[in-house]
Design a protein around this ligand. Structure first.
Ligand SMILES: C[S@@+](CC[C@H](N)C(=O)[O-])C[C@H]1O[C@@H](n2cnc3c(N)ncnc32)[C@H](O)[C@@H]1O
Length: 358
């Protein structure tokens, strides 16, 4: 049990607590659960509509064309869940001449259970599918990488500004119950003073993953599309750590390892950490899918559907792009090698140049 492990290990930073709760080899959430879908704890965009994976696929084909259609490239996905996005992407792009033949599919996944599920979903969908533990292990070839709701699953540190100064938030057992406790620290990521109670979050594994993607694309060419929920400059300095179980918010410290733990992604910090690529965006998920032609694709599918299927198609579209649903909260950023101009849908976003290119 995670609580026993917590008792044994004493006081853990929120970062180490999250890592333990999500990925403990015996009792971690991702190790023991099939989390996505109606019977799981949350639903993701590829599970809502096939259009999501198909349109992300279209974005990849357009990028591949911009790259000069390399005869061999890696199509990688970080945190592929059930493999649904990749399945829809492969099917949706099968008519793009040369794309299917040129791709080698690479799945970066930590959970053995989800790896098995991905293998099932993608059985016979492509002759070259391989699994990797991290981006650093990918073959040294041009890369197109996708990450949907991957960065929000990576552990964060939380720093809290109190009347005594900066503290780091920790978790420890008190008698038989886990509690949060803020302990003074000098390793604060920012210098400026904020109102008392302000919280700063950092995600070192997110930066590390981004650095690896940035370096790979810088060395071998390509681009990446990162979609997630998160904040930009409007961050309110409140905690974004949340637990979700059976589609409801859950107490972060109860039944640890049985609920999904996530935190909002800090897109500005990701873009600021690029050294070898151009960064583009963020744009909203609504804008991305609209520009990729979600209306057209849904109408196309609706034309050969029954009335009830049509209703499902239109309500799924609304869920993906509606401002009050996923359309605005979810955002997309793109990375491209510096030889490339803006990728599709990011043309009017200010490209942030890499440090090397500047
Ligand atoms: C919220 S799910 C998103 C699933 C999928 N992208 C989708 O949209 O349905 C997070 C995924 O990231 C994986 N994951 C979490 N931490 C990881 C890590 N450190 N390395 C690789 N995969 C990780 C999880 O196992 C899961 O597949």
């Amino acid at each position: 049990m995670i609580q026993n492990e917590l008792t044994k290990r004493g006081t853990l930073s929120v970062h180490d607590f999250m890592q333990l709760a999500l990925t403990d080899p015996d009792d971690g959430y991702y190790t023991t659960h099939l989390p996505i879908g109606k019977d799981g704890d949350f639903v993701t965009a590829p599970e809502i509509s096939q259009c999501f994976g198909e349109l992300v696929g279209l974005w990849c084909v357009l990028l591949w064309q911009q790259m000069g259609k390399p005869e061999s490239f890696i199509l990688a996905e970080c945190g592929p869940g059930y493999g649904t996005l990749m399945k829809d992407l492969i099917r949706g792009t099968s008519h793009a001449p040369g794309f299917y033949e040129a791709m080698q599919v690479a799945l970066i996944e930590i959970s053995p259970r989800l790896k098995a599920q991905q293998a099932k979903t993608l059985h016979r969908k492509h002759p070259h599918i391989h699994w990797y533990d991290s981006v650093d292990q990918l073959p040294k070839q041009p890369l197109i990488l996708i990450a949907n709701e991957f960065f929000d699953a990576l552990p964060i540190h939380q720093f809290v500004y109190k009347d005594t100064g900066w503290c780091e938030r920790h978790v420890r057992m008190q008698n038989t119950a886990p509690i949060f406790v803020d302990l003074p620290t000098t390793t604060v990521p920012i210098q400026k003073q904020l109102p008392q109670g302000s919280i700063i979050e950092t995600c070192p594994q997110g930066i590390q993953a981004l650095n690896s993607i940035d370096y790979h694309i810088g060395m071998h060419g390509g681009g990446a599309l990162i979609i997630d929920y998160g904040y930009t400059k409007a961050h309110t300095h409140k905690s974004t750590l949340q637990a979700v179980k059976q589609h409801q918010y859950h107490d972060i410290l109860s039944e640890i390892g049985t609920a999904d733990l996530t935190a909002h992604v800090d897109f500005d910090t990701l873009l600021q950490n690029l050294n070898h690529c151009h960064g583009w965006g963020p744009i909203t998920q609504g804008q991305l899918l609209y520009e990729l032609g979600i209306d057209l694709r849904v109408n196309q599918l609706a034309a050969t559907s029954t009335t009830s299927q049509r209703q499902l198609l239109y309500s799924a579209k609304e869920r993906l792009i509606g401002a009050k649903q996923m359309g605005t909260l979810f955002k997309a950023i793109a990375l491209t090698s510096i030889a490339l101009s803006a990728p599709f849908a990011f043309t009017n976003t200010q490209g942030s140049s890499s440090h090397e290119a500047a």
